[in-house]
Design a protein around this ligand. Structure first.
Ligand code: DGY
Length: 364
């Protein structure tokens, strides 16, 4: 048996539970970026030379420059992410290099945070928490309509002038919209069913216009998550903007979805609408969104991603908006999920190098 070792570069220490997947393999010779900061590009370009595999993060660009530096020994790139906008797929394909990524394991964590952002944005959390943090609660005593926002759950409003009893209350239904309707969007919708959501509209890609729903697929999903048949359907983007009370942007990044939420889209939305983006910052035109919030075209926004992140300073127009809740890309940040992602990233690189089936390979 040959005792040749395969060089593997790891752009972040994956922690004590996962590193043994790599360190226990006698066939591998590991080179690990030694700091808890994004891997330095110069270090990576120098160290990747002669590697058979590399484990990268979202912050590491995988392009011709990197692949040239690696040379012809490189067999597999494994990214600890479900998104792969940082990876040039063509460059990998041309060189016959495999790509591992981490789908599924983060679906629940991101769906959780999507709902959390919808609640936080709608209910004025940014402004009100700020008041408490600054010790100014006493200046804002409870009053009938202070800090109100649109309710996420279906509500019953006794709005008749002759004081109806609750039995004759009028239901205010909520329509949730999804731009992109993959696993995370569907998991988000399932979480909203107990809130009383009864209508879901979606659009699956920016150019989709009037393509009708695949009824049987949409109805099967509705049945699975306890919604009535016919309550989930595809619409064009204009309808999506016009009808959604809460719009979740849950589509991949990249050129096809660049600024799909622009001024025109935002102007079509309801004044009470809430925009949530837990996917990629590039889908939303930040300047247009800041204008929409300032001029109250929409009610609020909740973002886990912002174009240009992590360089989003305190004077960024969106950070300045009191109804724009922004989190620093923590959608998948639960212990369980990150452990799952790191495990898949390690297993993918090992399998790819040793010629075994990778647990989650993106077929190029
Ligand atoms: C991914 O995996 O692409 C996520 O954005 C990380 O949270």
């Amino acid at each position: 048996m040959s005792d040749k070792k395969f060089k593997v570069v790891i752009c972040r220490d994956l922690g004590p539970d996962v590193m043994p997947i790599l360190t226990s393999r006698k066939e591998l010779d590991l080179t690990i970026w030694p700091h808890q900061t994004p891997c330095d590009r110069k270090w990576l370009l120098e160290n990747i030379q002669g590697a058979a595999g590399v484990v990268v993060m979202l912050s590491d660009k995988v392009n011709d420059e990197l692949l040239d530096a690696a040379g012809s020994s490189l067999k597999v790139v494994s990214t600890m992410s479900v998104g792969y906008e940082h990876v040039s797929l063509d460059a990998l394909k041309n060189r016959n290099i495999k790509l591992g990524y981490t789908p599924d394991v983060l679906t629940d964590a991101v769906a959780d945070i999507a709902v959390m952002l919808a609640l936080m944005a709608g209910r004025n959390t940014k402004e009100t928490m700020h008041i408490v943090d600054k010790g100014e609660w006493a200046n804002h005593t409870w009053s009938p309509f202070s800090f109100c926002g649109p309710q996420l759950s279906t509500s019953s409003l006794p709005i008749s002038p002759d004081f109806p009893r609750p039995s004759s209350a009028t239901k205010v239904e909520r329509t949730v919209g999804f731009l992109g309707f993959g696993r995370i969007a569907q998991a988000t919708l399932a979480r909203l069913v107990p809130f009383g959501v009864t209508k879901c509209i979606y659009s699956t890609n920016p150019s989709s216009t009037t393509k009708p729903s695949d009824r049987s697929v949409d109805d099967a999903l509705a049945e699975r998550i306890h919604l009535p048949k016919g309550s989930i359907y595809r619409v064009d983007q204009q309808m999506l903007a016009k009808e959604s009370d809460v719009l979740f942007v849950l589509a991949p990044g990249g050129p096809a979805t660049y600024h799909v939420i622009d001024e025109d889209f935002l102007k079509r939305m309801k004044k009470t609408a809430i925009l949530i983006n837990p996917s990629r910052g590039t889908l939303v035109d930040s300047d247009a969104l800041a204008k929409a919030l300032k001029e109250q075209w929409i009610w609020a926004a909740g973002l886990d991603v912002v174009e240009g992140e992590p360089n989003v300073a305190a004077d960024h127009p969106l950070v300045q908006e009191p109804r724009c809740v922004i989190l620093p890309h923590i959608g998948s940040a639960t212990f369980e999920t990150r452990l799952g992602m790191a495990t898949l990233a390690a297993q993918n690189v090992v399998a790819g190098i040793l010629g075994a089936q990778m647990p989650t390979e993106l077929v190029l």
